[in-house]
Design a binder for this molecule. Structure first.
Ligand SMILES: [Zn+2]
Ligand SMILES: [Zn+2]
Length: 315
């Protein structure tokens, strides 16, 4: 197309685009409600690290963050923002979340989650092999980064994802040579806006690994594990790299009581080379079988335990 024609075409296209994008908003007469954490330091515009547990002496570079806050401080920010939002808009932004309790704190409080439609556990393998070296302890320590996308695909409550992740990650205390499990929430280093399709979590997992890969390249950082939390309706529960540092968990995993903590245990087990169990009989009591994930069981059979044990301490 030549210059002038092209210009006219562009103007027409622009007018059409403006019409298409503005008309529905004008017709509806209502603006969508803002994100409930907008205006707080948890809205994605500040480089925040939240310490769920553990200490800051190793592995973390404070220069990578604008603010480092505790679990209690983050919980207070969410509590205040939620109360204010309910007062202004009359809507509880966390109404659809089943409460979870961690360290004697229940979050969210004072609400009853709407019953979600139960869907059967997945039967497809939820991992993708990787050629990178797997994570392992350093001085008996593993670090979990609960990683939230800055903008698109973001789950409603960072603290909720952090609590669920700790509950799932704590199961790895049973391994010999694992002395300390530290968990942090990183809300500012994963940009997933460029991922167009989320249902199978594959694009999101690739994107997480791409954005965070340079954090695990050094031998001194091989004890880091990244669980990316996203919020996608009717999507699969989780997806992990087999023998690598990354997995993605869906905060909207559809089940009557979403076994989110157990999904975290399952996906991180894939990072330590544990495979899925076949769906059909026999059914060993093991978190690597989807039935036991659905039943919130976080233990392993002896086969999976042995695979993880040798991988987790780097032998
Ligand atoms: Zn699996
Ligand atoms: Zn097993």
């Amino acid at each position: 197309m030549r210059g002038k024609e092209k210009k006219i075409f562009c103007i027409e296209a622009t007018v059409l685009l403006i019409a298409l994008t503005t008309v529905p908003i004008v017709c509806s007469g209502e603006d969508p409600l803002p994100y409930w954490l907008e205006g707080t330091i948890l809205d994605g515009n500040t480089r925040v690290l939240i310490i769920m547990n553990g200490n800051m002496t190793e592995g973390i570079d404070p220069n990578e963050y604008d603010v480092i806050i505790s679990f209690d401080e983050a919980l207070a920010i969410e509590s205040d923002a939620r109360a204010e939002y309910i007062e202004i808009y009359g809507v509880d932004p966390l109404a659809n979340i089943n409460p979870v309790t961690y360290n004697e704190v229940t979050w969210p409080t004072g609400n009853i989650a709407q019953e979600q439609n139960a869907s059967p556990p997945e039967q497809e393998p939820d991992y993708i092999p990787s050629s990178y070296p797997s994570p392992h302890t350093i001085n008996g320590k593993l670090i979990l980064f609960v990683t939230l996308p800055i903008n698109k695909w973001k789950p409603s409550s960072p603290i909720y994802c952090g609590m669920m992740s700790v509950l799932g990650f704590d199961a790895f205390h049973e391994y010999n040579g694992v002395y300390e499990l530290s968990t942090f929430i990183d809300m500012s280093h994963w940009d997933a806006d460029d991922v167009g399709f989320g249902w199978d979590l594959g694009g999101l997992l690739d994107d997480l690994a791409e954005d965070m890969r340079n954090w695990v390249n050094e031998p001194s950082e091989q004890n880091r594990i990244y669980v990316g939390w996203v919020s996608i309706e009717n999507a699969r529960w989780g997806l992990a790299n087999l023998g690598d540092h990354f997995s993605v968990v869906n905060a909207l995993a559809m089940y009557e009581i979403p076994p989110l903590g157990t999904i975290v245990t399952h996906e991180i087990s894939h990072n330590f080379h544990a495979d899925d169990h076949d769906w059909w009989w026999p059914l060993p009591m093991c978190v690597m079988h989807y039935l036991w994930v659905a039943l919130h069981y976080k233990g392993w059979c002896s086969d999976c335990h042995n695979v993880i044990q040798s991988c987790i301490v780097g032998t």
